[in-house]
Ligand binder design. Structure first.
Ligand SMILES: Cc1cc2nc3c(=O)[nH]c(=O)nc-3n(C[C@H](O)[C@H](O)[C@H](O)COP(=O)(O)OP(=O)(O)OC[C@H]3O[C@@H](n4cnc5c(N)ncnc54)[C@H](O)[C@@H]3O)c2cc1C
Length: 444
């Protein structure tokens, strides 16, 4: 819970911004202004990692490709996230085996590893300067019981999936993170860090160079089937397309009601601190890893690529809120973990909307003949681009477009229409329980 001091204005730095730290000093993308063409081979709705990677494939495959974006290109999560890259599959191998059988479970988990390897290859192959680094992750246990669970999971990861993971006990924790609030944690060396907006800018340049057209300020308002494909309606007019790909993730609307009923939009919130002394960053992030914890309502944080600031993210309110309200609350949580930051001020506070799913898996496939990829459950930096790329290959009719997600049912719930009325109660309960568990662990 935020203290009175944190709810006051004194946590704000002069001239703080309610926009993503990653966009600071970045010129808006230089996208040629073109008229809406009358007809293209492929229309892609949404210009984040999913949409642009699909566009790179279809344009390189010789299809005339048009990406339509409601706001400016990259406006969604793809320029606002924490820049942390994991293997991106939330359910464990054990859970997936119980649901889908051993082979499918291994294959789904394998897609997470493939996505992590793929993003590094994409960035290298396209020469995208975006501070990508195999930083490694310290995943911290908020209770001793959580540490035991992590130890079992690390063992299963290493033996069952060939993913290196080591346990760091509490008495050695300060080698990784300058705090004593956790009860040890797991180190996963393969996880990576990136500047998400620079990565997005590089993808945009790559898509344009490949011949795709990208139109901002062009919301798609309706899609109807025709004898030969689709008619895509926008306020600038209509365009005919043979194929349509939906890449709207957390911003999915009634434009695609079938998908809207299957994704749960959830806000995630981040702050950046004002520049800190080098010694402070060296003490708090001595190994420069990305960090997260085992709270059900997870916190994720890291140093900025130039090691001058801390970027601290999480979900600090039951219902959706404003960066003015989330900022002081995140600051209070950051100071609970790193008390020496209590005098530090916020330079940026922002949010974005991610898409959860009822089975905690991403989904890709076709519905009504239209391709889609979405539902990355807050872990889409590598997975969104990877599935976007696969979706592009599927539009081209290539066999390699098939993934282990193929044919999985995309679940919804009775009466769910895309407005998650149940979320505030669930988040409030999880946050209360996380706090209770942490406090008990401190006493015990
Ligand atoms: C604060 C925050 C922190 C995060 N941190 C991490 C992290 O550290 N690691 C990680 O792996 N993931 C993280 N994520 C998630 C990750 O950013 C997303 O999963 C990923 O960016 C999704 O990419 P996308 O292209 O599918 O969607 P987006 O980038 O959200 O793009 C969707 C686009 O669709 C457009 N759109 C919607 N409807 C229409 C329409 N009708 N017509 C035209 N355009 C439309 C929207 O305007 C939007 O620009 C975070 C997300 C947030 C918000």
């Amino acid at each position: 819970m935020a203290s009175a001091q944190h709810q006051g204005r004194d946590v704000w730095g002069a001239g703080w911004k309610d926009s993503s730290y990653w966009l600071d000093g970045l010129s808006p993308p230089d996208v040629p202004v073109v008229d809406l063409p009358a007809r293209v081979d492929v229309v892609i709705v949404g210009s984040g990692y999913t949409g642009l990677n699909a566009a790179i494939e279809t344009a390189r495959g010789g299809r005339s490709t048009l990406v339509l974006e409601a706001e400016t290109p990259g406006w969604g999560c793809s320029t606002r996230n924490g820049g942390q890259i994991s293997t991106s599959i939330k359910p464990s191998l054990e859970k997936l085996t119980a649901r889908h059988g051993a082979d499918r479970a291994q294959a789904i988990r394998g897609e997470g590893k493939a996505a992590l390897a793929w993003i590094e290859e994409r960035i290298t192959a396209e020469g995208i300067a975006c501070d990508f680094r195999r930083a490694g992750r310290f995943h911290a246990a908020h209770t001793p019981a959580a540490y035991e669970v992590l130890a079992r999971e690390a063992d299963a990861l290493t033996r069952g999936e060939g993913v290196e993971a080591h346990m760091i006990p509490r008495d050695q924790q300060r080698r990784e993170l300058g705090t004593d609030v956790y009860h040890g944690g797991t180190l996963v060396p393969s996880h990576a860090a990136v500047n998400p907006a620079l990565y997005h800018h590089g993808l945009l340049r790559t898509a344009l160079n490949a011949g795709a057209q990208v139109l901002g300020q062009t919301p798609v308002t309706a899609i109807t089937r025709t004898a030969t494909g689709y008619e895509v309606q926008t306020p600038r007019g209509k365009v005919l397309a043979r194929d349509v790909a939906i890449a709207t993730n957390g911003y999915t609307t009634g434009l695609t009601p079938w998908q809207q009923r299957r994704v749960i939009p959830i806000g995630s919130y981040v702050i950046a601190t004002e520049p800190l002394p080098k010694e402070t960053i060296d003490r708090l992030f001595p190994t420069d890893r990305i960090a997260s914890d085992t709270c059900k309502v997870v916190y994720y944080y890291r140093a900025s690529p130039d090691r001058t600031r801390i970027l601290f993210g999480g979900r600090v309110s039951a219902a959706e809120t404003d960066p003015r309200i989330s900022g002081p609350r995140l600051h209070a949580d950051m100071c609970r973990i790193f008390p020496e930051l209590s005098g530090t001020r916020i330079s940026h506070s922002w949010m974005g909307t991610v898409a959860y799913t009822f089975d905690e898996l991403a989904h890709t496939g076709t519905h009504d003949g239209m391709h889609y990829a979405m539902g990355y459950c807050g872990s889409g930096v590598s997975m969104a681009g990877y599935l976007g790329m696969r979706m592009g290959q599927k539009v081209l009719g290539l066999a390699e477009g098939r993934t282990a997600f193929e044919g999985l049912p995309f679940p919804t719930r009775p009466f769910y229409t895309g407005r998650p009325w149940f979320l505030p109660a669930a988040v409030a309960w999880y946050r209360w329980n996380d706090t209770r568990q942490r406090e008990r662990a401190m006493v015990g």
